[in-house]
Design a protein around this ligand. Sequence first.
Ligand SMILES: CC(C)(COP(=O)(O)OP(=O)(O)OC[C@H]1O[C@@H](n2cnc3c(N)ncnc32)[C@H](O)[C@@H]1OP(=O)(O)O)[C@@H](O)C(=O)NCCC(=O)NCCS
Length: 196
Amino acid sequence: MIPPHEMLPSFSPGATARLHLRPLVMNEARELLAVVSASREELARFMSWPREFHEVAQAREFVRAGREGWIQSRTVRLGIFERDTGALVGSAELDGIDARRRQAELGYWIRTDRCRKGYAAEASRAMLHFAFEALRLHKVRADVAVGNFASARVLEKLGFAREGTLREDRAVGGVFVDHWRFGLLEREFLPAPVAR
Ligand SMILES: CC(C)(COP(=O)(O)OP(=O)(O)OC[C@H]1O[C@@H](n2cnc3c(N)ncnc32)[C@H](O)[C@@H]1OP(=O)(O)O)[C@@H](O)C(=O)NCCC(=O)NCCS
């Protein structure tokens, strides 16, 4: 596998019909903090980190860690920007990229005032296109807290199958909760046209 950061100039998740996906830069840390703060209640229902995310230094660390993961070929973490307004509307990532197993984990969040517009599915489809076409992965998995029906629906729209339930697998707000494991194989992925 070619390391993701060496691929960036030639192949990136890039643009979809309504969105731009690209790594966040340091001077966007304040905007990131504002977006997470405004969406904290919804984000924190099913993810732990937004609860603790209050300082611009933490937003900078989010950006730095994303870039570091990229350089180490471990993570592709991209900000999701609305093409019409340029606004940051969320982020998506492929984490735990394992070249030997040819597998990674998909994650995403969308700011609350932009939810239910199909943005999570649209951004994730671009991430999957990158995962299967550029990184040549065989499988992408996603773990969703039991009861997170919006996220489960996003994955279903993308063709993921629910493979089982992981018992008390991750803590959300300090409590270990069951998670549904979803998986999508390369041959099952149906890429929609990607705008360039
Ligand atoms: C989950 C999340 C990313 C969805 O983002 P989004 O941009 O609204 O997603 P989409 O619009 O692409 O699709 C959402 C789908 O879920 C449906 N949905 C939304 N809330 C729902 C609910 N409470 N129950 C059932 N379905 C729901 C929507 O109707 C839509 O399906 P449709 O297109 O068939 O109508 C967003 O709500 C979010 O960031 N939540 C908090 C963080 C999170 O849970 N991240 C995922 C961790 S695994």
